[in-house]
Design a protein around this ligand. Structure first.
Ligand code: AMP
Ligand code: MG
Length: 408
């Protein structure tokens, strides 16, 4: 029994709740220019200090009028109005409304005081001193009111949000030149396995290329985080321990791959024990990847994945997102669990709860690939979700099923 209770045979939900409890919000706040904030996580609420727009503006190129002055206007009986000024976007008229007048106005310009609508130029003779209005209009036509996009005091972007293109636009629209964000998470990767070779090098007999660290590094970067350490180690305890300590030093969180099982060269448990890391769990009742270990060393989480690529990816997705969400105080980083229905059957009965590859399309989830072997991941390009199959269950088309959608 460890300090978190039983370390083995726990459910996925229990594993996630232990991760939540153990991962502290450790990525401090920093201020960055808005232009560099894409993909970062806001550390504070960003509330608009202004109305956007802060003045009523024209939605058309045309003439600012008072709608009541256009009453009865028709192409065969146009209404003449005196043009008293002409303004482009960014310019402000010195004039305000007087009866029977219009102001020539371009899209985006401030509608002068007292006018309540804009007649588009196609509905006029485009006159300069006097304009003939061919179309009666109603008040507030082609008129963008103050605060149409956002009012002063409105939440532009709440804390814990990932800044995407819409958030970047909203922050810009309110005039935030700088934004308060969390320092991007630094993730260290330690790949273990004496059979592993770096892509680009020649492959000796019996060896394979390291593929997982590239998947993990890509996931980390796609979330806007930094790969702060990346090292390939042979199955030698002292080398792995040295790399793990260096990785911990350089990172907020470390991912290791390989060596978590029960083989002769499965050294991760020993290394974690030697450095004095506290294990949260090491056997979750879930396939693939039940040997996954999650430990904490001086408040830094260590996620130790099996070396089988599919198992590694599933378990990375399940646990890394949960940990990152706690460290960055950003629930948006969690995988989204949704209830849906199966579009096709899954017939294998598994003793353990199983996560399989899926494709969510047109409101239904379809199992992808024939094998579902944890060493195979070539079919993952078709996946956009995982399907969560309870122990002892199969799926028929039309059955309810829960899915976890990929974030990217
Ligand atoms: P292990 O978890 O060390 O028992 O490895 C399980 C399987 O995954 C073995 O077939 C390893 O050769 C393979 N494997 C381990 N690490 C990697 C890696 N980084 N990339 C691809 N395959 C790996
Ligand atoms: Mg190994």
């Amino acid at each position: 029994m460890g300090r978190y209770g039983d370390l083995t045979g726990i459910s996925l939900e229990e594993a996630l709740s232990r991760i939540n409890g153990a991962c502290k919000d450790t990525c401090e706040e920093m201020v960055v220019p808005l232009g560099e904030a894409y993909g970062m996580i806001t550390s504070r609420d960003h509330v608009s200090g202004i109305d956007v727009p802060s003045f009523p503006r024209s939605a058309m190129d045309g003439y600012a009028v008072r709608a009541s002055d256009t009453e009865g206007a028709r192409p065969d009986r146009p209404v003449p109005l005196k043009v008293i000024d002409e303004i482009n976007a960014g310019e402000v008229s010195r004039f305000s409304y007087s009866e029977g007048t219009a102001v020539r106005i371009m899209t985006g310009a401030k509608i002068p005081e007292g006018y309540d609508s804009v007649v588009k130029q196609e509905d006029t003779d485009q006159g300069t001193a006097e304009v003939l209005i061919h179309q009666e209009i109603s008040a507030y036509m082609n008129y963008c009111p103050v605060g149409e996009n956002m009012a002063s005091g409105d939440m532009a972007v709440p804390a814990g949000t990932r800044i995407g293109r819409i958030e970047a636009g909203l922050l810009a629209g309110c005039g935030f030149g700088e934004v308060h964000v969390r320092r991007p998470l630094r993730v260290g990767i330690v790949s273990t396995g004496s059979e592993l070779t770096r892509p680009g090098e020649s492959l000796a007999e019996g060896r394979i290329y390291n593929s997982i660290s590239y998947m993990i590094a890509s996931s980390v970067r796609s979330l806007g985080f930094e790969v702060s350490y990346d090292r390939l180690c042979p199955d030698e305890e002292d080398v792995i321990q040295g790399a793990l300590l260096e990785a911990l030093d350089a990172s907020d969180m470390v991912i290791t791959t390989g060596g978590v099982s029960v083989g002769n060269k499965d050294l991760i448990h020993g290394v974690l024990d030697d450095i004095g890391a506290h294990k949260l769990f090491y056997r979750v009742s879930l396939s693939p990847g039940s040997p996954t270990v999650f430990a904490v060393y001086e408040d830094k989480p260590i996620l130790c994945l099996s070396g089988n690529p599919f198992a590694a990816l599933v378990n990375f997705d399940l646990y890394f997102h949960e940990a990152a969400a706690s460290i960055m105080a950003a629930p948006c980083l969690k995988l989204k669990r949704e209830k849906t229905i199966a579009g096709a059957p899954y017939e294998k009965v598994n003793k353990m709860r199983r996560i399989i590859r899926g494709r969510y399309e047109g409101g239904k989830a379809y199992p992808v690939g024939k094998k579902n072997r944890s060493s195979v991941f070539s079919d993952m390009t078709e996946c956009n979700c995982y399907m969560d199959i309870p122990a002892g269950h199969t799926l028929s088309a039309g059955d309810a099923v829960e899915i976890l959608r990929f974030l990217s």
